[in-house]
Design a protein around this ligand. Sequence first.
Ligand SMILES: Cc1cc2nc3c(=O)[nH]c(=O)nc-3n(C[C@H](O)[C@H](O)[C@H](O)COP(=O)(O)O)c2cc1C
Length: 393
Amino acid sequence: MSVQKIKEDVFSLRANDWDRTLFDELIPLPDGTSYNAYVVKGKNKIVLIDTVDPRKTKELIDDLKSLDLHRIDYIVSQHSEQDHSGSIPEILKMYPMAEVVTNKKGKEFLTELVKVPEDKFLVIEDMGTIDIGGKTLKFIFTPWVHWPETFSTYLEEDKILFTCDFFGSHIATNDLFATNEGKVMEAAKRYYSEIMVPFRTSIRSNLQKIKDFDFEIIAPSHGCIYQNPKMITDAYSDWSSDDVKNTVVIPYLSMHGSIQKFVDRFVRKLQEKGIDARPFDVVTADIGNMAMALIDAATIVIASPTMLSGVHPKIAYVAYLANVLRPKAKFASVIGSYDWGGREVDVLSGLLGNLKVEMIPPVLIKGDGREEDLKGIDDLAERISQKHRSINL
Ligand SMILES: Cc1cc2nc3c(=O)[nH]c(=O)nc-3n(C[C@H](O)[C@H](O)[C@H](O)COP(=O)(O)O)c2cc1C
């Protein structure tokens, strides 16, 4: 953890989690992640914006000590999830006079999740302000990025927008700012692909809402700070739009090589048609890479052997994940291999009920197929190509 100055009397207190390998016990973290708290010193009051994951509380406490803060008046909790709120009880022990600033919903969550006592809260309204002496905090409710209570804080005089999870990225780094743009945007996309992707509608309305504010810096509570906020707001506009790319994501699995053979052929046929084919062997793939590819793929094709009348359980897991992430794909299909029969397509269709996709007829092949059966794979690639052209891809 380290204290870094952002502007006069505004500090970043970042706890890098270099060694964390999984987020939410789900998405791999090739570059770790971070939990960022911020201190804003006004002439009259001192504010801590967000805290850190409980496993990093000691680092936050050391940073606060190094800043030699004799008091904290407000702990602004923009998001009640434990990786940002988990240290609040310990910080309250250090600074018992501090009030926990949050909205009504945040108060409910913090009471339940981290047991903040009832008398510690200062409940704010949307667009409410707090004057801390020469600096003004304005609270902008940005719900459902990704919980219902989430809000952002605009520091008017310094033109900084603190956004907590909104615009976050999974990266542990010593760079205060997003200077390594390629790396940070990849980390932001990985973050978006799990946390934000189901909330496209809320993201769009929150992007509209924050447009009214003249901010020069976005300071999220994961990853780097953006000195060029347009870089990340433009990416969010693109990711949350209805636009899809000329991409087919193909989660697949093969026990004896049949599906592997079909997928290899399918990928080649798609590539010949200029389509970006993205196969993911679900047994070995980084599921985060697959989630990132799902953000804006036009089509998903799931390829599985029939197993016990349905699909392989590892494919069922990925189908379930795609269904809850609700990516904006327009088309879907299935490639299957079987020996005696089953309900593979029905099972997969049942797992993908959330997706607003047009189903393209599946290709089911016995065993590893004969040459005439494999033509079905080529036909599927051609149908997908036609569908993509029909939406101008
Ligand atoms: C545990 C297990 C269960 C299976 N259940 C079915 C089934 O219910 N129906 C069927 O037609 N084939 C079933 N199969 C056969 C496979 O679907 C078939 O061999 C397929 O071609 C395997 O594809 P792969 O070579 O890509 O692994 C089963 C195979 C295994 C190993």
